[in-house]
Design a protein around this ligand. Structure first.
Ligand code: CA
Length: 366
């Protein structure tokens, strides 16, 4: 209507009208042409989790679903559980060599190959979930993670967080350091090394193998995640005591890994969708665990008579002492570990100052 005011004659108006139709049609054609040439991608994602496993496993499924919706089906990702395409502990290598485009798991499963990967899941007595996310996204952690995985042709993204975990299930009471002697425990990563040095014996195995090994006595103890997941695996039927606190995993971050060439082959909008969806799922998983863990704990105690116990202070103090000892060794032996630990520990020192008078102070007052 605004244009109409400026049309002095019918002829002028006709020209303007036809031009409008022409431009509109041209735009329509361009947009049709653009949508026709937009390429679609069918990807595969291998995971370290049992297929459709609540929490961690569904995180990978939810990520695939969200990417599908956000991209209007242009990037479809088929998710495979542990063992469907490759065993859990081969996820890193499989994505690294490009046999599949993506993986989902936890960085500390790969410390045999990349010792500093530990820092991107959790270190004992380290950052909680909120602080891990802050370090990764606003404290330089993400850049260090990308640098660490670069030689393996992988792009890492935070892919979920369970919040503080439980110390684990034990078939024997732990009343002193002496009680750790000879206990075979499923406990991965740096914490496993701490546990072994404290007198026990750490064993690495995927979650799906824990129940049988615990029930048959192949192991005497196991940490997995927390009440929500531990209840679904039925660990209360295989062990009597459920210990806290999760000294070893105060805010474990899971990882989404993407093969770099596959990532580079995506148009910019799909790359952005992939990263944004991962970040959304990272937070969503924490929200779910925060809501469901307490419900599951009530069920474990009330319906299944599980005994919840706190690890003795001297045991926790010894775990902490050994953790610091091992971290010093790691930083002396491995340049990447030194650089990353420096960043992480500085962040922890700084964030703790404020969290003491904010988060902690409020917890104590509630
Ligand atoms: Ca765990």
């Amino acid at each position: 209507m605004v244009s109409f005011k400026f049309c002095k004659t019918r002829q002028n108006f006709l020209i303007l009208f036809l031009s409008f139709i022409f431009i509109s049609c041209s735009e329509q054609e361009t947009s049709n042409q653009t949508s026709e040439v937009k390429e679609s991608f069918k990807w595969r994602m291998v995971t370290t989790w049992p297929k459709n496993y609540p929490g961690v496993g569904l995180g990978a499924e939810n990520l695939a679903k969200l990417v599908d919706e956000m991209s209007d089906g242009r990037l479809q990702i088929k998710v495979y559980g542990n063992g469907e395409l490759v065993p859990a502990l081969e996820v890193f290598d499989t994505v690294s060599r490009g046999s599949v485009e993506m993986g989902h798991g936890a960085a500390y499963y790969w410390i045999g190959k990349v010792p500093a990967a530990q820092f991107f899941t959790a270190i004992p007595f380290g950052l909680n979930a909120q602080e891990m996310n802050a370090w990764l996204h606003y404290g330089g952690g993400q850049e260090l993670w990308e640098e660490l995985y670069e030689p393996f042709n992988l792009i890492p993204i935070a892919g979920g967080n369970t919040g503080v975990q439980m110390a684990g299930w034990f078939n024997k009471e732990i009343n002193s350091l002496e009680d750790l002697k000879g206990i075979r425990m499923r406990i991965p990563g740096l914490a496993g090394k701490v546990f072994t040095r404290a007198g026990g014996e750490a064993v690495l195995m995927p979650g799906s193998e824990i129940f049988t090994n615990l029930q048959t006595g192949v192991i005497d103890a196991a940490e997995w995640i927390g009440p929500y997941n531990d209840l679904t695996f039925g660990f209360h039927q295989a062990a009597k005591y459920y210990y806290y606190p999760g000294w070893h995993e105060p805010g474990p971050t899971l990882e989404t890994i993407i093969n770099k060439e596959a990532y580079d082959s995506l148009p910019k909008d799909l790359q952005a969708i992939l990263k944004t969806a991962s970040r959304a799922i990272n937070q969503d998983m924490l929200d779910e665990y925060t809501s469901r863990n307490n419900q599951a704990l009530i069920s474990l105690v009330n319906d299944h008579n599980v005994e919840v116990r706190k690890l003795p202070n001297d045991v926790l103090a010894e775990f902490k002492r050994i953790t610091e000892e091992i971290l010093v060794e790691m930083t002396q032996e491995d340049e990447s570990s030194k650089k990353i630990y420096e960043s992480l520990s500085n962040f922890q020192k700084n964030v703790s100052q404020y969290h003491e008078i904010s988060e902690e102070a409020i917890y104590k007052l509630r």
